[in-house]
Write a new protein. Sequence first.
Length: 140
Amino acid sequence: MIDIRTAPYAAFVLRVALGVMFIAHALLKYSVFTLPGTVKFFESLGLPGPLAYVTFFAELVGGALILAGVHARYVAAALIPVLLGATWVHAGNGWLFTVANGGWEYPAFLSAAALVQVLLGDGRFALSKLFARGATLRTA
């Protein structure tokens, strides 16, 4: 059984973790690998280089929207292809993400987590509650 008293808080915890993860991965591409380096990596996979910029902005903006709770359900759904792409990139490296070049279990798990966010919705403390017609932000 789902505990309807705590489920909105569970969705909130998932939303915060997923949002922070997307932002962290975007910042990793920007500050560690650099955007030109990320472009070269994408090209080494046979992907179009400009897709690196799209991925960076999707992760950064999408992560911020999920974190804030601005239509997190729809943003998470839109980001699932990014996660599935990351799973594809790491599929040949083996199971564990600690192997050379990272394994596929972490992006696969994040894909599942994003799908759970889609199914759960925004949860508590979401800014989208402020935009709902006639709604008030409830914290309990």
